[in-house]
Write a protein that binds this ligand. Structure first.
Ligand code: AP5
Ligand code: MG
Length: 216
């Protein structure tokens, strides 16, 4: 199954994407993670993307579309994939439709995770991430077993550069302007499923799994 998980910053896309990927054996393709890896590796893409990401602005469509196209060409995406954080603009949605059509593929399900703004701020200000394996933690809701250490790979966990109050506010504004309109775009295509992100992590996953099972 080819899926998209959408929603505002901090709504739980990455957390749920990891669960979906593990349970349904499909790769989770996160443009945010790929861009952060490019920054960590000091590539030309990373150097260009950093200034946008640090401000909470969208990285230009062309750069992001190219990395998604390359990633979806890899063999592990042949039998299904989950896109996290892409598409995020009308141009990206159209480009995705076109690149899948060329391969005789289509999107089967779009999960939209909703969360109120106050809760978004609480979640992002207490989030920690593993810069090595991209595991996501929360100091209250999902702390690592050993303080400051990633459960999965043992690296030190950190706060993301864009998880400060000012940048979070801009990410929310950019989301409303550029990405939220895609909810209607996919609703009109009959692909949208709404998920409430307010419940505990396991319960949100239970709701998502039920929506996926209906379509398998
Ligand atoms: P990206 O990395 O995609 O960030 P985002 O969309 O702002 O979303 P986040 O990753 O912050 O949140 P999330 O929804 O994954 O929540 P999480 O699971 O971590 O993008 C970053 C930047 O990259 C963009 O600003 C842009 O510059 C660039 N970019 C990326 N894609 C792009 C694109 N397509 N085009 C252009 N530019 C692009 O959860 C958050 C916290 O809550 C965690 O601490 C977690 O443990 C906790 N939590 C999760 N679920 C629950 C729950 N149910 N209950 C309690 N706590 C929970
Ligand atoms: Mg994420």
């Amino acid at each position: 199954m080819n899926m998209i998980i959408m929603g505002p910053p901090g709504s739980g896309k990455g957390t749920q994407a990891a669960r979906i990927s593990e349970n349904y054996s499909i790769p989770a393709v996160s443009t945010g993670d790929m861009l952060r890896e490019a920054i960590a590796n000091g590539t030309a893409l990373g150097r260009e993307a950093k200034s946008y990401m640090d401000k909470g602005e969208l990285v230009p469509d062309k750069l992001v579309i190219d990395i998604v196209r390359e990633r979806l060409d890899e063999p592990d995406a042949a039998e299904g994939f989950l896109l996290d954080g892409f598409p995020r603009s009308a141009g990206q949605a159209v480009a995705l439709g076109e690149m899948l059509a060329v391969q005789g593929k289509k999107i089967d399900l779009v999960l939209n995770v909703a969360l109120p703004d106050e809760e978004i701020i609480r979640r992002l200000s207490r989030r920690r991430v593993c810069p090595k394996c991209n595991a996501v933690y929360h100091l209250d809701h999902r702390p690592p077993a050993e303080e400051g250490v990633c459960d999965s790979c043992g690296s030190g966990i950190v706060q993301r550069n864009d998880d400060n109050e000012e940048t979070i506010q801009n990410r929310l504004a950019v989301y409303r302007q550029s990405s939220e309109p895609l909810i209607e775009y996919y609703r009109k295509m009959g692909l949208l499923a709404e998920v409430s992100g307010t419940k505990p992590i396991d319960e949100v996953f239970g709701d998502i799994a039920a929506l996926i099972e209906e379509r398998l």
